[in-house]
Design a protein around this ligand. Structure first.
Ligand SMILES: Cc1cc2nc3c(=O)[nH]c(=O)nc-3n(C[C@H](O)[C@H](O)[C@H](O)COP(=O)(O)OP(=O)(O)OC[C@H]3O[C@@H](n4cnc5c(N)ncnc54)[C@H](O)[C@@H]3O)c2cc1C
Length: 258
């Protein structure tokens, strides 16, 4: 922060200095801006995930839906991108061996197949026939819902948006969508308020409960997968039944017009 004007000064890797009126940190899960603002470090989930794309030369024939199948601690997700291409992921608890796996595609495929043993054959074939160059495996981190409830997302005229603000596990597949909502609300607030601080506070105020709700839902789904504790499972189920009875309710949220 400039000690005279209290406005943010950015120093880029190439040495360039930018004196900014407003800084919006949309720099993802390893956000430098979130650290600068003073947000707490992210929490580490015990779940990790393999993901990739599979191309079906003659078309996959799947309906254009996000399909998930859960068995025990394993969740498999499939999203068709177009008539030929499908994105999939396998989320499961991470093991110490996984730490060496991030770039070894043969190991990623064999461990993904091992995790989904007994799943429908078309799912196994989808993983077996994937484009190996598209494969990745990593752990997941998240900002806890209870932290979103009272986190200070603004320091002067610096704020955050997207994963930098509210990264969550991939269990609902909504992180990108709500990053877009952030962008719409933020643009609207900046366009309608004269003072940047007031605009940013309005943005944070409008977003907070939406973020708490969707990250709580994601957290509950993730916890159901992760935990072996019957009590935690029961709590999550009660949470889902009371607050999130409508499975797709989160997709009908209206963040307003740009
Ligand atoms: C397995 C998985 C599946 C998912 N599926 C879905 C889904 O189906 N639907 C959905 O909506 N979301 C999904 N998501 C979530 C979605 O990918 C993220 O929420 C979304 O990408 C967040 O967007 P972002 O712009 O905030 O951050 P990012 O996409 O991470 O972009 C941040 C950008 O900032 C850049 N950057 C970082 N640091 C700096 C720096 N210091 N200086 C300059 N630039 C920097 C990075 O290079 C990057 O380009 C999924 C996530 C995962 C892990």
């Amino acid at each position: 922060m400039d000690p005279l004007t209290s406005l943010p000064i950015l120093q880029l890797h190439d040495g360039t200095v930018i004196k900014a009126k407003v800084v919006i940190g949309c720099d993802g899960v390893n956000s430098v801006i979130a650290n600068f603002i003073g947000l707490k470090p992210l929490k580490q989930s015990t779940m990790g995930g393999a993901r990739g794309f599979t191309n079906y030369e003659n078309g996959h024939g799947f309906s254009p839906e996000f399909v998930t199948i859960r068995k025990g601690h394993v969740l498999l997700g499939r999203y068709p991108i177009d008539h030929n291409l499908v994105f999939w992921f396998v989320a499961r608890p991470i093991t110490p061996q996984d730490l060496t796996m991030s770039k070894d595609t043969t190991k990623i495929i064999s461990s993904a197949l091992e995790s989904v043993k007994g799943f429908p054959r078309e799912m196994l074939e989808m993983i077996q026939n994937c484009d190996v160059d598209s494969l990745t495996f990593n752990d997941t981190r998240y900002r806890a819902p209870w932290e979103l409830l009272n986190a200070r997302f603004r320091k002067g005229t610096v704020t955050v948006a997207g994963d930098a603000m509210h990264v969550m596990g991939p269990f609902l597949g909504q992180g990108g969508s709500i990053a877009l909502e952030d962008a719409i609300v933020l643009a609207r607030c900046l366009a309608t308020q004269k003072r940047a601080e007031v605009a940013l506070d309005q943005y944070i105020g409008e977003r907070r409960m939406r973020l708490v709700q969707i990250s709580t839902k994601t957290y509950a789904i993730g916890a159901l997968l992760e935990t072996s504790s019957v009590v935690v499972k029961l709590l999550c189920i009660v949470l889902m039944v009371i607050f999130f009875r409508d499975r797709l309710g989160h997709t009908r949220y209206d963040c307003g017009r740009l």
